[in-house]
Write a protein that binds this ligand. Structure first.
Ligand SMILES: [Zn+2]
Length: 120
């Protein structure tokens, strides 16, 4: 007995914990969609489709030639923006382009691509 009337601070703590759980539960559900897409990307990275793609040794963005080991898998539309791990959304990118895409603002990235096209 006595378990039912817990002191106020204890109840408060319980409430906070529940609150935290519901918040992290939310991020888990979005996180798991990501996990599925990331797993799909991993599977595709092992596929002959991808191996053939990188064996061409060409970066999708700058069009320069690279050793297959230097090419990374890039989501044209990032997962964070609703892109999917589908062949149509996956391209081979060199490390430089991949980094630029990550750190540049979308507008700056567009400019970068424009400059590449011009220099060709
Ligand atoms: Zn490149």
């Amino acid at each position: 007995m006595g378990k039912k009337d817990e002191p106020g601070w204890k109840q408060e703590r319980k409430r906070n914990r529940q609150l935290k759980e519901s918040v992290s539960g939310f991020s888990d559900s979005t996180g798991s969609t990501f996990a599925v897409e990331k797993q799909k990307a991993r599977d595709l990275r092992n596929s002959s489709w991808w191996k053939k793609k990188i064996s061409e040794g060409k970066c999708y963005y700058c069009g320069k030639n690279f050793h297959p080991s230097e090419l990374t898998m890039d989501h044209k539309i990032p997962l964070a923006r609703g892109g999917k791990s589908e062949r149509i959304n996956l391209v081979a990118a060199c490390k430089e382009c991949n980094n630029k895409k990550k750190y540049l603002l979308p507008v700056e990235w567009e400019e970068y691509l424009e400059n590449i096209k011009k220099s060709d």
